[in-house]
Ligand binder design. Structure first.
Ligand SMILES: *[C@@H]1O[C@H](CO)[C@@H](O)[C@H](O)[C@H]1NC(C)=O
Ligand SMILES: *[C@@H]1O[C@H](CO)[C@@H](O)[C@H](O)[C@H]1NC(C)=O
Ligand SMILES: *[C@@H]1O[C@H](CO)[C@@H](O)[C@H](O)[C@H]1NC(C)=O
Ligand SMILES: *[C@@H]1O[C@H](CO)[C@@H](O)[C@H](O)[C@H]1NC(C)=O
Length: 529
């Protein structure tokens, strides 16, 4: 170990003292040096241990390491820091919004690193003994914070140092695929003012090709049941992770029968439930099904479940998915959530075709272990949910404006469900002149028009435009089906609730280009200061 002469300490103390006056601002130069840095030197290197393909997983903890490649070259001082990305500020384009870089801090009980208090997320040496390796703890930010840049400066002598260039800087970006596995933070104080209408797309992604060891044997037909759920308040959820399944969920998971779960949800309609959601089962396990629902300040969460058939008691679903963004206090838009199989804890069968074997006592809902040989991080989702904000509804209680006429007489489609028992699969119902689909922006000046063909007892809006054709792309052709929507006008009576709100027909069209998955963030090199 090199001995640092006492004159060096003295020099440093003087240097630190004389510079303290300037330390109000964040200065990341080591030991407050005034000399220029040397050009990049390959001897020293920063890396983030545990990262894969330069992508971080939100909220995960990593170790940021600064070390000399040869294990011999030593440094006496350093600064490790992390810089966030920015995003456009709509209110003030000249002042972009800072995203979060997560948190960088010394390891607990570290004896060679400490926080630099004048800078955010910055760690420096706690003494100037020569070292070849230091480490700090980085907790990655939550999802949707794009990329961060981890960087270091290194001093080999009091005024001989290297700045954060080349190997002393690393840019890492959010792993979007993993981000889609995470539910948004629950918001116990939803402050949105307007109601919202959402389109829910349930997209099956389960087939023998994608899940060869997690698919039923060829002589059995794999399918999903109807997708059943609700938009609801904090006080109710059709099921909860780590809790016992209700009878309704048990019946759904074991037999693919949604009836009892629907009944359980209906019992809360008008209090804790805003919309009972029911989407027809997708035609096959790698196809889509679509529904709509309404959410409000009180009913700002959504829960859904669909059975995996055949299976002992496996299902896909989400509980308490938050739509009222806790950070922005706005309705979330275009959120994606991956679904992996869950076990309702009521049947102990281990295989898709296991015979019934009641679990006594029942176990809490947990992750289903269908193929124990596949590590968790390599599991592919069985389906994903996409929540698209279609429109919001003006709420007179939120503004001074009094000229407003309520678009649907207040309660609106309270009690709506998107059940479509009325229309046969693939049936082409009589042609009606359709109106362009409703605007997605906040408009509510005029009440919705009533379809003259709908009955006076159950006034309905005209059918909206057909949604895109959903199905598998074979030889550049989609041969599938498509859906369109309509809504109740005013308060539907129980009789009217039986009227179908969705309509389906077969379709054939050229395949649309799939948006590339996990879009790469733009790599842009920025240097600090
Ligand atoms: C500092 O910590 C390291 C590892 O925790 C340990 O090996 C070393 O002896 C410690 N040094 C001092 C001076 O306490
Ligand atoms: C430090 O963080 C706070 C809160 O995140 C932020 O307001 C401030 O601008 C940051 N300071 C610097 C120098 O980046
Ligand atoms: C689903 O379960 C309900 C309630 O137990 C029952 O009445 C109904 O017949 C079942 N449906 C099917 C298709 O088995
Ligand atoms: C508006 O406020 C009144 C009185 O507080 C309440 O009765 C009514 O339900 C509110 N309307 C909406 C749409 O929230």
């Amino acid at each position: 170990m090199d001995i640092v002469g006492p004159h060096v300490f003295l020099y440093l103390i003087l240097l630190l003292k004389t510079c303290f006056c300037l330390y109000e601002v964040c200065d990341r130069r080591p030991l407050g040096t005034n000399t220029d840095p040397l050009p990049p030197d390959n001897r020293f290197l920063i890396d983030v241990y545990g990262i894969r393909e330069n992508m971080y997983i939100p909220k995960e903890e990593y170790s940021v390491r600064l070390f000399s490649r040869d294990g011999v070259s030593s440094f006496i001082a350093f600064t490790i820091s992390i810089r966030e990305d920015t995003t456009e500020n709509k209110n003030n384009p000249r002042k972009p919004i800072l995203l979060s870089p997560g948190k960088l801090e010394p390891l607990p009980n570290s004896n060679n690193t400490k926080v630099l208090t004048t800078c955010n997320n910055t760690v420096i040496q706690s003494d100037i003994t020569p070292k070849t390796y230091v480490e700090a703890k980085w907790t990655a930010p939550e999802k949707d914070n794009k990329c961060v840049t981890v960087f270091a400066v290194v001093a080999v002598r009091p005024d001989v140092w290297y700045s954060f260039e080349g190997p002393l800087s690393q840019r890492i970006c959010e792993d979007r695929r993993k981000a889609d596995d995470m539910q948004p933070m629950e918001n116990y104080n939803c402050q949105v003012c307007e109601d919202a209408r959402y389109k829910l797309i349930f997209e099956g992604m389960w087939s023998y090709n994608t899940h060869p060891t997690m698919y039923p044997p060829a002589d059995l037909v794999a399918r999903f049941s109807d997708v059943v759920g609700a938009s609801h308040s904090n006080d109710f959820s059709p099921f909860k992770y780590n809790s016992d399944a209700t009878d309704g969920l048990k019946l759904l998971a074991e037999q693919g029968n949604t009836t009892n779960l629907e009944v359980e949800i209906y019992q809360r309609l008008g209090t804790d439930v805003r919309t009972v959601i029911k989407a027809r089962a997708p035609p096959s396990t790698n196809m889509k099904t679509i529904s709509t629902f309404r959410a409000s300040r009180k009913h700002h969460m959504v829960s859904l479940a669909t059975a995996i058939v055949p299976s002992p008691d496996w299902f896909l679903g989400v509980a308490n998915f938050e739509l009222c963004d806790a950070k922005t206090h706005e309705w979330a838009n275009n959120v994606i959530f991956n679904l992996y199989p869950m076990d309702a804890g009521t049947d102990s069968g281990k295989k898709f075709d296991s015979s019934n074997e009641a679990t006594a006592p029942p176990q809490p809902i947990s992750t289903a272990k269908i193929d124990a040989n596949i590590p968790k991080e390599q599991l592919k989702p069985f389906a994903r949910l996409v929540f698209q904000l279609i429109r919001t509804y003006y709420n007179p209680n939120c503004t001074e404006d009094t000229t407003f006429t309520d678009e649907s007489g207040g309660a609106g489609d309270n009690g709506e469900h998107t059940d479509d028992e009325g229309s046969e699969e693939g049936e082409v119902t009589k042609k009606v002149d359709y109106q362009p689909s409703q605007p997605t922006s906040t408009t509510s000046e005029e009440p919705p028009s009533v379809d003259p063909d709908s009955s006076p007892e159950c006034p309905m809006t005209p059918w909206e435009e057909w949604q895109e054709c959903a199905g598998e792309c074979i030889d550049n052709k989609v041969n599938g089906y498509q859906i369109r929507f309509r809504n109740h006008v005013g308060d539907p009576s129980p009789e009217c609730l039986k009227m179908p709100l969705t309509d389906m027909q077969n379709c054939e069209e050229e395949c649309a280009e799939e948006p590339a998955e996990g879009e790469e963030e733009e790599e842009e090199e920025e240097e600090e200061e």
